[in-house]
Design a protein around this ligand. Structure first.
Ligand SMILES: Cc1ncc(COP(=O)(O)O)c(C=O)c1O
Length: 391
């Protein structure tokens, strides 16, 4: 009976995407906590702080007003204007509000971008290590992710030269860049991003720039592709800098001639983004000072880890430029970071994410630490890891 049902409603081949290992780490951490253990959580990439109080107050007011309705598919006009103004204020770049599309987190932005730019079978370059859903969403939509290895010489970022080398082997239709990046926390300089965008455009390769960690840069300012070209699809979110992961709201800046296509797709796929989240997002921009204070907390955490982890025994990591991630090479301790992460969780009660989630090629050498927690937790983590590695 069950077999017959399985045959009748077997899942499609394209829905066969791998799980996110970090979820398994979270379950293991929850078991330890249920048994009375205290875990320092550095596995999940999300801020510990709430949304700006301005955002929460605006959502409350909108809720009290009663009716919560659909909005235009592209988003509430005043929010689109506010996002456009953010580009002028932050990067000195005028952006036409008509090019702004409000999305259900950047996650929905990827789906809209990939559907708009690519046909099934198209090849899209992404850096490895990288954020796993890039490749999983591409695969689910019938596109082929092309993993390009990065290394220290380029701050673990894609370069124009690497892109062209891959393109000449088998033609690419698109490239997705991210700076600051997840899991590495590394960033591209403005010059490196400019070189990549120019190279891609000259070769007819479409550019998508994931700028979700903008605002969280500690060594030099993050550059937006919006300053370089009108042809790139820029994806951003309120999840990270504005601490609004659960509100599920983000945005895109798209080439003018793609707006109507994306609008039609969005009308059909989602109708609109939840209106309470849109109201809250617009007000979030008024909470800048609060969010800067949160960012200063990450800066302190970063300093604690940069000073403490080498003393604890973890002294090999990628440049810790932005976002809130530190990507540490643990290959001198063991040849499987999944096992390393499991043992560190069970024995030291520090939860991290094994690199295999982010890099099928070399991920077994790395673990990712998220430093979006409290200062106290960072000190605790350094001490526990040090004691554990010295055992
Ligand atoms: C690099 C990167 N892009 C996109 C996302 C998706 O975020 P959201 O859908 O909450 O905007 C994440 C989430 O962790 C991320 O790390």
């Amino acid at each position: 009976m069950l077999d017959a049902a399985r045959r009748l409603v077997s899942p499609s081949a394209r829905s066969d995407v791998p799980p996110f290992m970090v979820m398994d780490v979270m379950s293991a951490a929850a078991r330890i906590e249920a048994a009375g253990g205290q875990v320092v959580h550095m596995e999940v990439g999300q801020p510990a702080a709430p949304a700006p109080s301005t955002a929460i107050a605006a959502a409350r007011k909108a809720l009290d007003a009663g009716r919560v309705s659909y909005t235009e598919a592209l988003g509430i006009r005043s929010l689109r204007r506010r996002i456009a103004a953010h580009y002028a204020a932050t990067y000195g770049q005028a952006v036409d509000p008509e090019r702004v599309v409000v999305t259900t987190g950047s996650s929905a932005g990827f789906i809209l971008a990939f559907l708009t730019l690519f046909e099934p079978g198209d090849r899209v370059a992404i850096a490895t290590p990288g954020y796993p859903p890039y490749r999983h969403i591409l695969t689910a939509l019938g596109c082929e992710p092309v993993l390009i290895e990065t290394d220290a010489a380029t701050r673990f970022a894609l370069t124009g030269a690497a892109l062209i080398a891959a393109h000449s082997r088998t033609p690419l239709k698109g490239v997705l860049v991210a700076s600051p990046a997840n899991p590495t926390g590394t960033m591209m300089t403005g010059e490196a991003l400019g070189d990549l965008v120019d190279t891609a455009e000259d070769a007819g390769i479409r550019v998508i720039s994931d700028e979700i960690y903008h605002g969280l840069d500690y060594t030099f300012a993050a550059a937006t592709a919006a300053r370089l070209t009108d042809n790139a699809v820029i994806i951003n979110s309120f999840s990270k800098y504005f601490c609004m992961t659960g509100w599920r709201i983000g945005w895109m800046v798209v080439p003018p001639h793609l707006v109507r296509t994306i609008e039609r797709l969005h009308q059909n796929l989602a109708i609109s983004v939840p209106s309470l989240s849109q109201v809250a997002a617009e007000a979030a921009f008024e909470g800048h000072a609060e969010m800067q204070a949160v960012k200063h907390g990450y800066e302190d955490n970063r300093r604690i880890l940069l000073a403490g982890l080498p003393q604890a025994g973890l002294d090999k990591f990628l440049p810790v430029d932005g976002a809130f991630y530190l990507y540490a090479d643990v290959s001198h301790f063991c040849d499987d970071s999944l096992d390393f992460a499991k043992r560190m969780l069970e024995q030291a009660h520090v939860a991290s994410t094994p690199g295999i989630d982010f890099d099928p090629l070399h991920g077994r050498r790395f673990v990712r630490f998220c430093y979006a927690g409290s200062r106290q937790e960072m000190h605790e983590a350094v001490e526990r890891i040090g004691n554990w590695l010295k055992r």
